[in-house]
Write a protein that binds this ligand. Structure first.
Ligand code: ARG
Length: 430
């Protein structure tokens, strides 16, 4: 039975096509629909559209559904169009006419929007928390291995000395950029749309300040049309921030895959974090990081997909918007699992300490050697030409400076400053 059933229903094919996998996706949002329904019921009580007893009954039954949901027992069977229908059905089953009153002054359009925005606020802060954990791990690793030399590359050609300290803390500092975007996306989602109803508000004297506060939104979308136009936009903004994290993580995963190859041999992991080959007995493969790389690459398509989905939609609700959930919700889950695996695996990374003993890396020191000549008074260009000639005739002998240990711009890795910057980037520095 549809909420909007007026005596004749769509046929089964129509139903299957229009609902698709929406019920499964809605299961991730039920918790938030219930939170918003609770706030909405209390608001209806406050403005006198529900009696005190009706409000108390609804709040009690919604709380009971929250417990069911938290215990993993909330289901949306075929036959129910979505979570909104199932929640109204359950409340009506328990409370009769009082249950039917919950939908006064709202629409599924603002219901799904508010649920999505509440979900996103949580999801973005969960992701931010995980980014922070990964950041901490990277800084710990940078500190621990700060003086262990690593070749630096440009064009994938041996370039200048680097260090594990620089490499790990580079990814840590880079994650701060992504936190700026996560914070921005959270702010966009932090504007209450509830009360915009179908997208044009309600003629009942609803109290949107009340639901804004009850739901912990920083502010509300005052204009009801703007609130509805947030559908698609909040998802795109969030996906952009998630994609930024994914880009950083995917690049780190690529470095790790490369560095784990025998041709580099810079890092390794215990067997429990690698996989083997069914035919080649010697193999130890970095599948975790390959999958992180692949998943993170795909995550970067999501803002583009959401853009294509929503780009030409005029203002007002359209069913196309249902498909935003199909892109966004798995993206959140995928990124979280990538962050989790990266965090766990990096806790076990093994770094090789004697990489630069191999003479093929001697040329890393050409700039240090050259700089030494400059300090002795030789003009830079002359020193450069002498060095190039020495390299060509094989007489180059490197002066192994300590550049890799103090290559940070302020003469050290500035790990404390990077940590402070991250603390400031996070709205909640805890
Ligand atoms: N499943 C729908 C969505 O995600 C819920 C809103 C349905 N609204 C409607 N007018 N059909 O967009």
């Amino acid at each position: 039975m549809k909420l909007w059933d007026k005596g004749s229903s769509p046929d089964e094919k129509t139903d299957l096509f229009t609902v698709g996998n929406d019920r499964e996706l809605d299961l991730l949002l039920v918790k938030y629909d219930l939170q918003a329904s609770r706030a909405h019921a209390r608001m209806l009580g406050k403005i006198g559209l529900l009696t005190e007893a009706e409000t108390a009954d609804l709040v009690r039954e919604i709380d009971a559904l929250m417990d069911e949901e938290a215990a993993g027992r909330f289901t949306i069977e075929a036959g129910f169009e979505d979570m909104h229908s199932k929640i109204e059905y359950l409340l009506t089953e328990k409370l009769g006419d009082t249950g039917k009153k919950i939908h006064t002054a709202r629409s599924r359009n603002d219901q799904v929007l508010v649920a999505l925005q509440l979900y996103l606020k949580d999801a973005l802060s969960d992701v931010q928390h995980q980014v922070r954990m990964l950041f901490d791990r990277l800084l710990e690793l940078a500190e621990k291995h700060q003086a262990v030399p690593l070749p630096g590359y440009t064009h994938l050609q041996v370039a200048m000395p680097s260090s594990f300290g620089l490499w790990f803390s580079a990814y840590a500092e880079s994650l701060i950029d992504d936190v700026y975007l996560l914070e921005a996306a959270r702010r966009v989602a932090d504007q209450n749309p509830l009360g915009s109803a179908a997208g044009y508000g309600s003629s009942f004297p609803i109290d949107r300040e009340f639901t804004t506060e009850a739901l912990g939104f920083e502010t509300m979308k005052y204009n009801v049309v703007a609130a509805q136009m947030g559908r698609g936009k909040v998802e795109r903004t969030a996906a952009t921030a998630l994609a930024a994290v994914a880009a950083t993580l995917g690049k780190l995963a690529m470095d790790i895959c490369l560095y784990m190859s025998q041709n580099f041999g810079f890092v390794s992991f215990p067997d429990k974090l690698t996989t083997g080959s069914s035919i080649m007995p010697h193999k130890k493969n970095p599948d975790i990081f390959e999958l992180i790389r692949g998943k993170c690459n795909l995550l970067q398509a999501v803002p583009g997909q959401l853009g294509l989905l929503t780009t030409n939609l005029p203002s007002g609700y359209h069913r196309d918007l249902q498909l935003t959930k199909d892109l966004l919700l798995p993206a959140v889950e995928n990124l979280k699992s990538c962050l989790e695996m990266a965090h766990t695996s990096l806790g076990e990374i093994q770094v090789r300490e004697d990489i630069l003993d191999d003479p093929k890396y001697d040329y890393l020191y050409s700039v240090d050697t050259l700089n030494q000549r400059v300090l002795e008074g030789v003009p830079f260009r002359d020193a450069y030409r002498d060095m190039a000639a020495a390299i060509a005739d094989g007489s180059f002998s490197p002066v192994k400076g300590a550049a890799h240990t103090h290559a940070g711009s302020l003469g050290n890795l500035c790990l404390d400053r990077i940590a402070d910057k991250m603390a400031q980037a996070c709205a909640d520095p805890a």
